[in-house]
Design a binder for this molecule. Structure first.
Ligand SMILES: [Zn+2]
Length: 197
């Protein structure tokens, strides 16, 4: 949307006339700016004006340009500033779409991280019982030790991914995706699962 369209969709000729001090009668008539008008013969409609004396017709930008003796481009800028238009509709739309796509991407990454860590946690839970020492003298199995060391940490990260604030979740995702940590974790889990079979 151009600045011209943005202004025209937001500002009616009537709004501009009121703002810029033209005397508008109750039925929307003003003295024409385009000919020497003694009785108001210009009618302001929602999207244009029309003079029944000299047949001048145009939009709010043309009206403002004539009123201030400036170009249409300058009039559009002035209206945008005075009525706070600034092409915001286009910008809003783009930023909403960008946000949505970032949000989708993050949700997808969170899901992947969650799955990878949940699988790993299941593996650890299995190790914790399967490889627990049967007697106090027995040497500790590496897998049992790993389960002891890692379970709390993984549970904590999974908690964040399920119930944390968006910023916290983003931190976890970022940490896991850095240097391919998540891919390595997935491969590791898969390999260990296969070894156990
Ligand atoms: Zn006229």
């Amino acid at each position: 949307m151009t600045i011209f369209d943005a202004v025209k969709s937001r500002v009616t000729p009537r709004m501009a006339a009121d703002r810029y001090g033209l005397h508008v009668s109750r039925n929307g008539m003003v003295r024409c700016l385009f000919h020497d008008d003694t009785n108001p013969s210009m009618k302001l409609y929602d999207d244009h004006y029309h003079c029944f004396g000299c047949q001048a017709t145009g939009d709010v930008i043309r009206l403002t340009a004539k009123l201030f003796g400036i170009t249409d481009q300058e009039a559009a800028k002035k209206l945008a500033e005075d009525f706070g238009v600034q092409n915001e509709q286009t910008e809003e739309k783009t930023s909403v779409l960008a946000k949505l796509s970032r949000f989708r991407e993050q949700s997808e990454q969170e899901r992947l991280c969650f799955r990878a860590m949940r699988d790993y946690l299941h593996l650890l839970e299995g190790w914790r019982t399967t490889y627990a020492p049967k007697t106090p003298e027995e040497e500790l199995d590496d897998r049992f030790v790993e389960a002891l060391l890692m379970t709390d940490c993984i549970e904590y990260l999974l908690d964040i991914l399920t119930a944390g604030h968006p910023e916290e979740r983003a931190e976890v995702v970022k940490a896991l995706l850095t240097d391919g940590k998540m891919t390595r974790l997935q491969e590791y889990t898969e390999r260990k699962k296969r070894e156990a079979v």
